[in-house]
Design a protein. Structure first.
Lengths: 929, 370
């Protein structure tokens, strides 16, 4: 840490050196032979549209993604070396793309920052001091208790920054930190970065951004497109090199010829004959409330026919909600929305046919081809059948989709997909187009092409366009715009007039000025004070002496481990669905299986066809009817009746007694009684057969005694049958103790697997990649809360078995508890192993169910004893942990056993724990591949 | 025009399904391999049951009894001592332990009626009962034959002619195969419709539909007919090709009647799929919910264990589930070749449950779209 570069000296040694770095995902190349050096001590900006490889490059530098080809040196070491990564990761901070992607949405602001502090091994006092200072300087202090998921976009990014800065990094990597954030928050964000840099001049910052205006303020730029570096240099150098006035224009000029072709500056002709009084869209006092949160607050505007009306504002300010109310997707809480003078009625199909809507994300069917998408929508809009083909062709030409008509949308570039969305929205020639952020993520050239189309639609076809955007240069092209913030419209007028009214130099400045007015009260908070030249007072003390950075190389650090455990527990407590599944789900399943896999056969319906009707025949029938296993139905009349009643399933067992039965028995002549059993359900039939035979035999014995006297009864021998452990031969007594291992395997394994896969899916797994936490710590810490939960489950299930199912517990409770503890540790460890090769939650659920259910039901002695299994099933049965826990539960529940009797069953569980954890550690990746 | 929308949207669902290889694999698996394994997986009740014998007599008769136990019903008996017996049963090594007392043969011939003790581990329900019966008859047979050489019998001359109808051999693979088809129908219809709806919501396409001139009713109806059709076609193929063809299970009853029942059942379960999807919101939650719903539906429908051995309250509750009626119908029609005159109450119940579920889920669906 002593070699931390200070001041100018650092500029000589680059902070990051890349040489011929390449990266491919499947077949697509994200980066191709990138070679460049990034100067230390300054702000390096990566510019370019979405999906050109910026994020991949940053993830490689941060060590979050494994290097495929080439060589990357970060802070003077090879980032491909795992040992080095562990040593330098406390010096790097990485904030991935996406609002709050590495944050935990259910945790509060304080808990989030605190968690990162724990990961970096800070002690309690140190943590409190640092968290307080950071929250103060970012203006988040008043919101310390608010869940991160409920913060606005700008606040999320500030919180992300706090989490990144908690350990005083030397290299700060920010991936599009300001995308989707309002201009004021954006400005505040950069002021914050400037402050931090002024205090820690040695810190290098690498930023990716899609906003070219921002990039103009950086020290050094890297322009990227299609996985290649187009140019590098200070902004001024790039402008000079390309003879451009803005970075935007410079970037376009740097693009290869093929991409630039057809590009021309968009010029939208002024509207002819304005104010013809023909109003297309009208909103009056529109309000939308969700529970206690007001998304749109008293919004009014009028849009004329043929006008391009822009909506500006940050993510979550109410733009999308307003648009949805206009389309009738959401009913307004208050106020009215009118289209062509008619109030929006979600059931009015005619109005829908006059509106085209394009939602924020690409929302067409990715399983249908471009042509099928267009045709489906044409048909749904009830266009005349013969007009559809020509209309589809026309749209294909107009939006330049001819070459891709028969391809699926997913692999197409974003720009083309946006054009397809627009073509679909236009297929039925609507009079109004409502477009929700149609250009986010699209490169500047494609964006301008898109606007050219909009201009034509408005000016030539007199289509009214209602569009929302983040980009100021797009807003400037609108006829009129509305600035929105927190559900309210701040200003609504022509862009030029808005600038004029605030006396600002640009639209962005005017917007910021409006925002500052709107949130005046926050102005007093330290975040704006932090924007002043003076360093924020709270961040002063002890910044240089970095405490508690050590421990990074230790394999198992208790503090780091408990940080994850604590966080996992908090999250679990705040997630009702998972908690419900864990607690209620297992009890429900126990109930269901206990009765569902019921092996008792009772109340079998039987009826007799008594064609003898003597005292002896009636005695025979009575013998059966009197047993608890049979339930007598009205006598059978004839064969047809027998046939009908057996077919309908009304009678499961039918007895036929032949004529002259009584007489023949008395005479000692051989007679036969007929019995039919319903064989549709073989297990039941087999049991029924056993009952009938037993009944017959006992009747015979009785009869023999009657006929031949006591001599006959002295049987040759006696067979004394002892049903051990379960004298009543009750199914529940046999099943309930065996179901507990099944449920304690499936649910804890699934929850543990989900806990890791969820992080993978939501993106917070990145914290495993970029913080000093080791794989073993990660796994064990994830396991602890679920082991605790599973033990609670075990208690519930046992109580349920004893009290609800009335299964007697005869053995040692302590033995059972120890067995259960070991077993749930094994079960959760299995879940963790499964999670290492599952990538989506749904796959984890089904995968875990498959891997746990089948062996636990079929090969662990639940139904068939393991000793009866053969071949592969027997092998699984012998190595599967459930087998041994079934022995422990049955032993302690029914067989009155204790530790000494069950030692053989404990040993395999004890062996399984380190084995599974070791496997998990070996399979878990500490970097994305 | 409205019917045209339902048709168009349904065709779209089918196209979407064809492009989803995972779901296609699941469908094919559920109706072929899974049916096959289910039919083969159910073991015969008594299969290699572990038996041990304590032979304190060491006589011709005792060795005669011991050699009578053979695979496949029993494992070759292990000869143990009395002291071992308890320990081995405690450890779960043996299911049955037969104790032949000293001087058994002598007492037998002297008509002193000696006692053989049979210990059964009754926590192993599947083997305990049937196995006990088998052992009794084996021992009786051996002793009887042994004694026949010495004395006459004094028994009542009444035979029991016991026959099983509809499945004379009590062949479990028939039962398992048909049962699995029923389970697959239920599972797939719920998963397919539910997943189709959630996929639309997660991709945002559902919003897109709603700004077009189509009603929630049309959207729901299109999903029901398309996914129902897929499952119906797959299950017909499974019954004809896999069950009847490959597994050679004789299906006695009318396929048409069964498919009519299946259609009504699908109507109910597809509605249920939509209902669950509106409850869940996201795919993982749907997966969890599915587990909690599907398991009781399948386990308590009467397909795995007979309804009459469940507590009355569960029997009554399960009357509200479509599976219960469908299982009754399927067993009556396919095994007992029952006709319309027998199964009409089930058809009516299915229709009623389906109608109620349809109305409920349409209401939920409308709210879900808001």
């Amino acid at each position: 840490m002593s070699d931390r570069p200070i001041g100018d000296a650092a500029a000589v040694v680059p902070v990051v050196r890349l040489s011929t770095v390449g990266l491919t995902y499947g077949k697509t190349a994200a980066l191709q032979a990138v070679t460049l050096d990034m100067p230390a001590g300054g702000v390096v900006g990566l510019i370019g549209p979405d999906g050109v490889g910026k994020s991949s490059l940053l993830a490689l530098i941060a060590g979050a993604r494994a290097v495929q080809t080439g060589h990357i040196e970060v802070l003077g070491g090879d980032i491909a070396d795992a040992g080095l990564r562990r040593r330098i990761c406390p010096r790097i901070a990485y904030m991935p793309q996406g609002l709050g992607k590495n944050l935990y949405p259910t945790l509060s602001v304080f808990e989030n920052v605190d968690f990162f502090g724990r990961l970096f091994g800070h002690n309690r006092r140190e943590r409190e001091r640092r968290v307080k200072a950071l929250l103060q300087s970012t203006g988040l202090a008043p919101f310390a208790d608010r869940p991160a998921g409920k913060l606005s976009g700008g606040m999320k990014q500030k919180l992300g920054l706090c989490c990144a800065l908690i350990h005083d990094p030397d290299l700060l990597i920010l991936d599009e930190p300001t995308t989707g954030v309002d201009p004021l928050s954006r400005r505040q964000f950069w002021e914050l970065i400037a402050d931090i840099r002024s205090e820690r001049p040695g810190m290098s910052v690498v930023v990716a951004t899609a906003y070219m205006e921002e990039a103009a303020g950086f020290d050094w730029l890297v322009a990227i497109d299609g996985g290649r570096v187009l140019a590098t240099g200070a902004p001024a150098e790039l402008l000079q090199q390309t003879n451009a006035t803005t970075v935007d224009a410079a970037f376009v000029a740097l693009l290869p010829e093929a991409k630039r072709r057809g590009y021309s500056q968009v010029v939208i002709p002024p509207r002819p004959g304005t104010l013809d009084g023909n109003v297309a869209i009208e909103a009056e006092h529109l309000t939308m409330r969700f529970d206690d949160f007001t998304a749109v607050d008293d919004v009014s505007f009028r849009i004329e026919r043929g006008e391009i009306f822009g909506f500006l504002g940050s993510n979550g300010c109410g733009k999308t909600t307003t648009m949805k109310m206009l389309t009738g997707l959401l009913p307004a809480t208050d106020g009215t929305a009118k289209l062509f003078g008619h109030e929006v009625d979600p059931n009015d199909m005619d109005v829908r046919r006059r509106v085209g809507y394009m939602s924020q994300a690409f929302s067409l069917y990715s399983e249908l081809t471009v042509r099928q998408n267009l045709e489906l929508h044409a048909r749904l809009f009830r266009m005349p059948r013969d007009a559809i083909a020509s209309r589809v062709e026309a749209m294909a030409h107009r939006f330049d989709l001819v070459d891709v008509m028969d391809s699926l949308p997913d692999p197409l570039p974003l720009g083309i997909r946006q054009r397809l969305s627009l073509a679909v929205a236009m297929i039925h020639s609507p009079d109004i187009l409502i477009l929700d952020e149609p250009t986010s993520g699209v490169d500047p050239v494609a964006r301008d092409g898109f606007w050219q189309i909009l201009s034509d639609l408005s000016r030539k076809d007199n289509v009214t366009i209602f569009i929302s955007t983040h980009f100021m240069n797009e807003a400037q092209r609108c006829d009129r715009i509305s600035l929105m913030h927190a559900g309210k419209v701040l200003a609504s007028d022509a862009p030029a007039r808005i600038i004029e009214r605030r006396g600002s130099a640009s639209l962005e400045e005017a917007f910021v000025a409006y925002l500052e007015d709107a949130i005046g009260e926050v102005k007093a908070a330290p975040l704006v004070a932090g924007a002043a030249v003076a360093p924020a007072p709270a961040t002063e003390p002890g910044e240089k002496e970095v405490a508690g950075r050590g421990g990074a190389s230790q394999l198992l650090d208790l503090r780091r481990m408990l940080a994850y455990t604590r966080r996992e527990t908090l999250e679990l407590r705040r997630d009702p669905i998972r908690a419900t599944l864990a607690i209620v789900g297992s009890v429900i399943l126990m109930f269901v299986i206990g009765y569902g896999i019921n092996l008792d056969v009772e109340n079998l319906t039987f009826a007799a066809l008594d064609r003898d009707d003597t005292a002896i025949s009636r005695d025979y029938i009575l013998q059966i009817a009197g047993s608890r296993y049979f339930e007598e139905r009205s006598p059978i009349l004839d064969y047809a009746d027998l046939d009908r009643r057996m077919r309908s399933g009304e009678v499961s067992v039918a007895i036929e007694i032949p004529p002259g039965f009584g007489r023949d028995v008395s005479r000692g002549k051989t007679v036969a009684i007929g019995a039919w059993i319903d064989g549709a359900m073989p297990t039941r039939a087999e049991t029924a057969r056993g009952y009938v035979q037993a009944m017959h035999a006992s009747w015979l014995t009785g009869k023999a005694r009657e006929l031949y006297g006591a001599a006959a009864t002295a049987g040759s021998y006696q067979l004394e049958v002892r049903y051990r452990y379960n004298p009543g031969i009750k199914s529940l007594v046999a099943m309930a103790p065996a179901v507990i291992p099944l449920l304690l395997m499936m649910i804890p394994a699934m929850l543990a697997a989900l806990s890791v896969v969820r992080e993978k899916e939501l993106g917070s797994i990145i914290n495993l990649y970029t913080t000093p936490v080791t794989r073993l710590e990660f796994l064990i810490s994830k396991q602890i809360p679920y082991v605790a939960l599973a033990m609670l489950n075990a208690v519930l299930l046992t109580a349920f078995a004893i009290f609800a199912f009335q299964v007697p517990f005869t053995g040692s409770l302590l033995t059972f508890a120890c067995g259960a503890l070991l077993y749930v540790v094994v079960a959760t460890a299995m879940g963790l192993v499964i999670s290492t090769f599952m990538s989506s939650q749904i796959a984890a659920i089904f995968g875990t169910a498959l891997i746990t259910l089948i062996p636990a039901i079929q090969y662990s002695g639940l139904i068939d004893p393991v000793s009866s299994l053969q071949g592969f099933g027997a092998f699984i049965g012998r190595i599967y942990p459930a087998t041994y826990f079934v022995n422990i539960t049955r032993g302690t529940f029914s067989k009155a056993l204790g530790f000494s009797d069950l030692a053989d069953s404990f040993l395999p569980l004890l062996i399984a724990i380190p084995l599974l954890l070791g496997l998990g550690v070996a399979l878990l990746k500490k970097q994305a591949k | 025009m409205r019917l045209a929308n339902v048709l168009q949207l349904g065709v779209k669902e089918l196209r979407g399904l064809m492009r989803d290889p995972m779901l296609m694999v699941l469908i094919v698996y559920a109706f072929t391999l899974s049916v096959y394994t289910a039919s083969k997986a159910i073991p015969e009740t008594l299969n290699r049951a572990a038996i041990a014998v304590v032979d304190e007599d060491q006589s011709p008769i005792s060795s005669r009894i011991i050699t009578a136990f053979n695979p496949p019903y029993f494992s070759i008996p292990r000869l143990i001592t009395q002291s071992e017996m308890d320990r081995r049963m405690d450890a779960g090594l043996d299911t049955f332990a037969l104790d032949i007392p000293p001087d058994f043969q002598r007492d037998l011939l002297a008509k002193r009626s000696p006692t053989i003790q049979l210990n059964i581990d009754a926590t192993r329900m599947t083997q305990a009962f049937t196995g006990g019966g088998y052992i009794q008859s084996i021992v009786s047979g051996e002793v009887g034959e042994f004694l026949n050489r010495y004395r006459d019998s004094t028994t009542v001359p009444v035979d029991l002619a016991l026959r099983a109808r509809f499945n004379p051999q009590l062949n479990k693979s028939w039962f398992g195969a048909i049962n699995q088809v029923i389970n697959s129908i239920t599972m797939l219809s719920i998963i397919l419709t539910g997943a189709a709806l959630i996929r639309e919501r997660e991709h945002g396409t559902i919003e897109h539909l709603l700004v077009m001139p189509v009603t929630p009713f049309e959207i729901m109806a299109s999903k029901i007919w398309s996914m129902g059709l897929v499952v119906l076609a797959a299950s017909s193929v499974a019954l004809l090709a896999v069950v009847q063809g490959f597994l050679a299970v004789p299906i006695e009853g009318s396929m048409v009647l069964f498919l009519l029942g299946a259609t009504l059942h699908l109507f109910a379960t597809t509605c249920m799929g939509i209902f669950l999807a509106t409850m869940a919101g996201t795919m993982p939650q749907f997966g969890l919910l599915l587990m909690l719903i599907l398991l009781p539906l399948q386990a308590l429908s009467g397909a795995t264990t007979p309804r009459e051995s469940m507590p009355a309250i569960i029997q009554d509750i399960m009357l509200a589930a479509p599976n219960t009626h469908f299982v009754i119908l399927a067993q009556s029609v396919l095994f007992r070749s029952a006709g319309l005159d027998v199964v009409w109450p089930q058809l009516l119940s299915l229709l009623g449950i389906g109608a109620i579920l349809f109305v409920l889920s349409l209401r939920r669906f409308r709210q879900f779209l808001r």
